[in-house]
Design a protein around this ligand. Structure first.
Ligand code: GAR
Length: 194
């Protein structure tokens, strides 16, 4: 069965969607470890689900963070899902898991991606630009920030009166199903290769 390592930095609603999909039999996989790079609300969700979870504080590990995460995942994860993970993984991590790291991003990449473009900053920029649409993207992680192959996208309309927060909320709801379907597809393609 596919083993998933999940990296988080925040509240972990995408992690929760993965947990629920596994528990509900929608996703034939096991979440083997959850790693946060800061004190993240999602760690509690992992603990409640009985999933081994640890925090590797980015302010302590600095440049060594990726290596430490890799050590923790060694032999335990077939794929790695970045579910609201805000640190940038080093090239040796990307090399070790190439084609097997999935990220969810709250915009229609390649728009509003790259360093500094994450979470609420993305939605602030979309609203400031007066865009009519935003959305979310699931993509493979490569060395460049938010540049890997796009696996799936979902468009979300920006409505009059939207604030960064209201837009973030509507997009987040779409992220959950998009992430599950992308992970399912990856699981299937890995199975087919075996
Ligand atoms: C999500 O909106 C995710 O797309 C975003 O952080 C949020 C995490 O929410 N990720 C990025 O901005 C990555 N560049 P969650 O902790 O509730 O899953």
């Amino acid at each position: 069965m596919l083993r998933i390592g999940v990296l988080i930095s925040g509240g972990g609603t995408n992690l929760q969607a993965l947990i629920d999909a596994v528990d509900g039999g929608i996703l034939d996989a096991r979440i083997t470890k959850v790693i946060a790079d800061r004190p993240a609300g999602g760690l509690k969700r992992a603990a409640s689900a009985g999933i081994p979870a640890i925090m590797l504080d980015r302010t302590i590990y600095g440049k060594e963070l990726s290596e430490r995460i890799m050590e923790e995942l060694k032999g335990e994860a077939d794929i790695v899902v970045l579910a609201g993970f805000l640190s940038i993984l080093g090239s040796s991590f990307v090399k070790a898991y190439r084609g097997r790291i999935i990220n969810i991003h709250p915009s229609l990449l390649p728009s509003y991606g790259g360093k500094g473009m994450h979470g609420i900053h993305v939605h602030e920029a979309v609203i400031a630009a007066g865009d009519k649409y935003s959305g979310c993207t699931v993509h493979l992680v490569e060395e460049g920030v938010d540049t890997g192959k796009i696996l799936a996208q979902k468009k979300v309309r920006v409505v009059p009166g939207d604030t960064p927060e209201s837009l973030a909320k509507r997009i987040l709801e779409e992220e959950h199903s998009l992430l599950i379907s992308a992970v399912k597809n990856m699981a299937k393609s890995m199975e087919d290769k075996q």
